[in-house]
Design a protein around this ligand. Structure first.
Ligand code: AMP
Ligand code: MG
Length: 317
């Protein structure tokens, strides 16, 4: 994928116009610069992954202008609501049940039924989101594997000017938000971050459990919320076997009798990525025991598609 150098927006309104048009734009929060895109627009979210060169579709945080906006997308109730009222705006991300048909792109949630939400403290960030009128997915504005950026200069240098940046000066925290979720057993921290766990405990008067690092962030299937269909998956399958549903890529084989969907008849990886979670869920809903999946090229977004399929296919209890 190649990018032309792009002009930076000179104002919040200009940045909001880019984002409303489905483009990506980096902007500062109190933690780090985020690479923002409309979290309700699958192509904008895919553009974030493509620009970052991120090899996997992990779920992204949807940044909201205020609690009201956040509640249109996530069910924030009970302890989670108390946390939001106490710590928002601020560097605390809440993982809560997704509101059905909320319009959030399933690429932003990686097909999960939960969503990570946060209202940033930085007024500039909130004004931008309010002006766009939709939540912004915004992972750190750095190419995958590089240091998180705390100034517009960092962002420009890391992307060599290929990503527009709303310059708001340096970020204070320089550390990502703390991520917690609320379950029947109370609050669990999924990722340590700018809001110390002790502060949450002191304010709420309850202990905060810590998920093991692997469980929270990386291990497929360990965290229940990691997307996994009920059906088993068989990857790199040229054609389905009897009893299998089929998820094709670039033209379905002739004579398929069972359920089949084509991620992209023309073999377009972006189209395939856009359809990935929805099509898997649709095939899964047919109640088939196994879904055979066509081979998908590994270049570009294909790497993230293959990563997600491999996680979904990994053996689990
Ligand atoms: P970022 O790249 O800054 O947007 O951070 C995203 C982080 O939030 C990743 O570590 C994700 O694993 C985590 N995350 C987002 N959504 C969820 C979710 N629904 N369940 C668990 N973790 C999540
Ligand atoms: Mg990062």
């Amino acid at each position: 994928m190649s990018y032309q150098p792009v002009a930076d927006p000179a104002s919040i309104e200009e940045a909001a116009a880019l984002l409303r048009a489905g483009r990506i734009c980096a902007f500062p929060t109190e933690t780090v610069y985020g690479l923002g895109g409309d979290a309700t627009d699958p192509d904008a979210v895919l553009e974030i992954f493509a620009a970052k060169g991120r090899p996997r579709f992990n779920p992204l945080i949807a940044h909201c202008a205020d609690l009201d906006m956040a509640r249109r997308f996530g069910r924030i109730e009970g302890l989670a609501l108390e946390l939001a009222e106490r710590f928002w705006p601020g560097p605390l991300t809440l993982v809560v049940p997704l509101v059905e048909a909320s319009g959030l792109s399933d690429i932003a949630t990686a097909g999960l039924k939960t969503v990570a939400l946060r209202v940033p403290a930085r007024p500039l960030a909130r004004d931008l989101i309010a002006s766009v009128g939709r939540p912004l997915a915004a992972p750190s504005a750095n190419p995958s594997g590089r240091l998180s950026p705390t100034s517009a200069e960092h962002v420009r240098a890391a992307f060599e000017g290929r990503v527009p940046v709303l310059d708001g000066g340096p970020c204070e925290a320089g550390v990502e938000s703390t991520i917690v979720t609320v379950g029947p057993d109370g609050i669990t921290q999924l990722r340590a971050g700018a809001l110390p766990r002790e502060e949450i405990e002191a304010a709420m008067g309850v202990a905060v459990a810590v998920a093991s690092h692997d469980a929270a962030i990386s291990a497929p299937g360990m965290l229940k919320s990691h997307y996994a269909p009920g059906a088993k998956l068989r990857l790199a399958a040229a054609a389905p076997e009897p009893g299998e549903a089929y998820l094709g890529f670039g033209r379905l084989p002739e004579g398929i009798e069972g359920e089949a969907l084509d991620l992209s008849p023309h073999g377009d990886l972006r189209e395939a990525a856009r359809n990935l979670f929805g099509f898997l869920a649709r095939l899964d809903e047919t109640g088939c025991a196994r879904i055979a999946v066509a081979p998908i090229p590994r270049e570009g977004l294909g790497e993230a598609i293959n990563d997600r399929l491999e996680r979904a296919a990994a053996p689990r209890d």
